[in-house]
Design a protein around this ligand. Sequence first.
Ligand code: PMP
Length: 360
Amino acid sequence: MTDEDALGVRLRPEIVAVPAYKQGRPAPADGFKLSSNENPYPPLPSVVEAVAATLTELNRYPNAGGADLRQRLAERHGVDVEQVHLGSGSVALLAQFISAAAGVGDEVVYSWRSFEAYPGLVTVAGATSVQVPNRPDGGHDLPAMAAAITDRTHVVIVCTPNNPTGPVVTADEFEAFMARVPRDLLVLLDEAYYEFVTDDSSVDGIPLLSRYPNLVVLRTFSKAYGLAALRIGYAVGPAAVLDAARSAAIPLSVTDASRVAALASIDAEDELMERVARIAMRRDKLRDALVEQGWNVPVSQANFLWLPTGEQTGAANDAFFDAGLTVRAFPPEGIRISVGEQESVEKLLEVAADIVQNLP
Ligand code: PMP
């Protein structure tokens, strides 16, 4: 059989046209991987120990219901256990909620540019993306998003802080937005970077759940908790909506290793949040230094910064790579750089100082 023969296989043309999710280039030896918004700190010994203890049961299917972790999260957030749903990363949860609510002929509204997985997940569900341009400062234009809602809209995704640009949606902006959203329209509030937020005016979705029956908040252990490899995230929202997401889920995809790692991470929350605070401080200092160099960097509340390199994006990406820094390029708009190891910062600033000289 050849590739030619496989071309005759009937596939959905709209899926074939979706570019598969791509990871950045691997970091060069002695370099720094700043392309995936990962946590630079290694896992805690207690987390490694908890994961290791699951290895003797690899022949068994996992306890994918995860009642213990759901209970723990419910207590932490002051909600019922039925209001917590686990997924193999928040990207899996996004897929479940989008396909639970939007199908063929339905529209999903979100800001753009935002998390690069959104368009593909919407297409896989059979629905259509309606992308509302970000404001010039990289934030969501929520009034324009509200205006883009029609009878065909079945889901709205709000990403705060926004990946890849960094700004948050404020509590006031979000409440004004929700006042314009019909109560039967599912709003997914993607808070993947919630723990890095230091701006008090930012929206905090979970306390709002009691007021909005159509709101679901998505969080992850991948970023602040440093468990990206284990793929675990959670949704908090109305039980009936979470049940529909469970119906759309691939069964048994949350592993025991990820569940116990999440529990051990909650146990070690203070230590992990100290790390998060250090990264947030490093972020603010790094942004100040870049602004000083002449960069127009949006105010970021996440663990990454956005450099608007425009048509120079390819060249800037290569310059960072040649200096040992893997970053994420979004040509022809800009480059997203994770706030990583302290040792990466000096190198980053050196390269950025050169690049900014060549920008128009
Ligand atoms: N939402 C946003 C905004 C993200 O940036 C990411 C990861 N890059 C995710 C969701 C998914 O994260 P995970 O699946 O690792 O929980």
